[in-house]
Design a protein around this ligand. Structure first.
Ligand SMILES: O=P(O)(O)OC[C@H]1O[C@H](OP(=O)(O)OP(=O)(O)O)[C@H](O)[C@@H]1O
Ligand SMILES: NC(=O)CC[C@H](N)C(=O)O
Ligand code: SF4
Ligand SMILES: [Mg+2]
Length: 479
């Protein structure tokens, strides 16, 4: 039933965001706001862990930040002066409470809470090894192995156990650890996912996946946590150490700029909206077309459409209206749910498109859910010509580093030429931004970004089988 799957959808969306703050009396309330600002990064579950200086306490729940916490809970049960929080979009392990983060555990050195954005590609190997030694896991996420690594006696006895643990991890990880006396914020040596350091007006240090969280709590963005860096935040302030050397070539995820991040955020040192606008301009130069107007595919297609319009000097027109109560559709679990969400999310305005030659600018076409549904709807609404322009190249390869499209069969451009995709979508023309054109819009050198889902070049080799549900008991039978 449409209503049932929509109810489901509202509860399960997008990717992961982390937030942490040290020092204020109302640490949990501020963390709530920091998570709320990053709700677009994960809507399956949310959690906050706090410290009172001696012990940790935490709460996790399924759904949106606003559904998981009450003001009283934040004020009383989660009272403390240091906190970390997480909003989850699952990449390993199903969407269930046991997998909600921060994971809160006790080990020989005391309590620890962990919040993870990214995806480990060696979690299966490590977990098999630990299970063979009798370790009992309580979740089916990749993240839990990190706590087991920390608890291993030969690791816990090291002068700096965290450094030792991080060296074992492969893949994407922007991590926050909360101990009773400190927060430790770490980024993998490739810098795949973002992680930024900020400071409030009162002088409290904070960390977040995206800088839009700092705006929400009136803090200033200080700098990014560097690849292979650990930043420790405690009562004496901030200190930094390297646990490894940054990779010779970084792998910052270009898809963060194309689609994931909030346009107001600064990701990998550059503003997302301005980057998307530059991509739209570049696309207009690479694939010009005669048309009556340029129309964005809301919401994330807006900035690139603006750039396309400015560069081509073709008017900008809104002809697709998003329902503000439907979130992002791309990462909803299950194709039926995605199809239904797209149907209810985007309304075409026939009076705008009728008898017109329209350029539609979309930030990305992944499974083709949005475009399959909307190109035909625009045609039915009477458009004379439909020219689809996409502000990234065709996505033909899976992502194993924290974005949930782990098989190539689900990708619309897999095994299809651009013309075949155009025919499938029944558009008059289709053009994608080139890989070089997209890379040219990035502030850093092209070699310092990951583009594996477009190029097939995985900087961290995928040499073990990967599956989102590897640790689920019923799925294990498949292997
Ligand atoms: O080809 P697909 O599988 O449909 O995936 C790509 C689409 O999904 C995303 O939109 P989404 O609705 O998630 O979020 P938005 O409102 O930020 O554009 C993205 O902006 C594309 O529109
Ligand atoms: N999107 C993410 O960063 C997910 C974090 C972690 N891999 C999980 O599935 O819980
Ligand atoms: S494969 Fe694509 S989505 Fe995944 S990290 Fe690389 S650029 Fe980002
Ligand atoms: Mg979209």
């Amino acid at each position: 039933m449409l209503e049932d799957s929509l109810l489901d959808e509202y509860e399960k969306k997008e990717k992961c965001g982390v937030f942490g703050i040290w020092g204020p009396k109302e640490a949990a309330q501020i963390t709530y706001t920091g998570l709320f600002a990053q709700q677009h990064r994960g809507q399956e579950s949310a959690g906050i862990a706090v410290t009172d200086g001696k012990d940790l306490n935490g709460h996790t729940g399924m759904g949106l930040v606003s559904q998981v916490f009450t003001p009283r809970m934040l004020r009383e049960e989660l009272a403390g002066t240091g906190a970390i929080g997480h909003v989850r979009y699952s990449t390993t392990g199903s969407s269930k409470l046991a997998n909600a983060q921060p994971l809160l555990r006790e080990f020989s050195l005391g309590p620890v809470a962990v919040a993870h954005n990214g995806n480990l590609i060696n979690a299966q190997l490590l977990r098999k090894e630990y299970e063979a030694h009798g370790h009992i896991f309580q979740s089916t996420t990749d993240t839990e192995i990190i706590v087991h690594l920390l608890a291993k006696p030969s690791h816990a006895s090291k002068a700096d156990p965290l450094i030792h643990v991080l060296k074992h991890l492969q893949g994407a990880f922007s991590l926050l650890f909360l101990f009773p006396d400190r927060i430790e914020a770490c980024r993998d040596p490739y810098g795949i996912r973002p992680l930024a350091l900020g400071r409030t007006r009162e002088g409290h240090w904070c960390v977040a996946s995206e800088t839009c969280a700092f705006d929400a709590i009136d803090a200033e963005y200080v700098r990014d946590i560097e690849p292979a860096e650990i930043v420790r935040i405690d009562d004496s302030g901030v200190s930094t150490r390297k646990y490894d050397v940054p990779a010779p070539e970084l792998a910052q995820c270009m898809f963060e700029h194309v689609y994931f991040s909030n346009p107001a955020s600064k990701i990998f040192g550059q503003n997302v909206h301005i980057t998307r606008e530059a991509m739209g301009r570049q696309l207009a130069r690479e694939a010009p077309v005669k048309a009556d107007f340029v129309m964005p595919m809301p919401d994330s297609g807006r900035s690139a459409a603006l750039g396309f319009s400015k560069e081509s000097k073709i008017d900008f027109e809104e002809g697709i209206v998003p329902n503000r109560f439907v979130g992002r559709t791309f990462i909803l679990p299950g194709q039926a749910a995605r199809d239904k969400a797209v149907a209810v999310k985007l309304n075409i305005i026939p009076d705008v498109v009728r008898d017109k030659r329209v350029v539609i600018v979309e930030d990305s076409v992944v499974r083709g859910t949005t475009t399959r549904s909307k190109m035909r709807a625009i045609r039915r609404a009477g458009a004379k010509e439909i020219h689809l322009r996409v502000s990234c190249p065709p996505i033909r390869h899976p992502c194993f580093y924290g974005i949930d499209f782990p098989t190539n069969q689900e990708l619309i451009a897999y095994n299809r030429t651009v013309q075949e995709v155009a025919d499938f979508l029944e558009v008059d023309s289709l053009a994608y931004l080139s890989l070089e054109g997209m890379a040219a819009c990035m502030r850093g050198q092209p070699k310092d970004y990951c583009s594996a889902c477009w190029s097939g070049h995985y900087k961290i080799p995928i040499d073990q089988p990967q599956s989102k549900f590897y640790f689920e008991r019923d799925q294990l039978k498949m292997f």
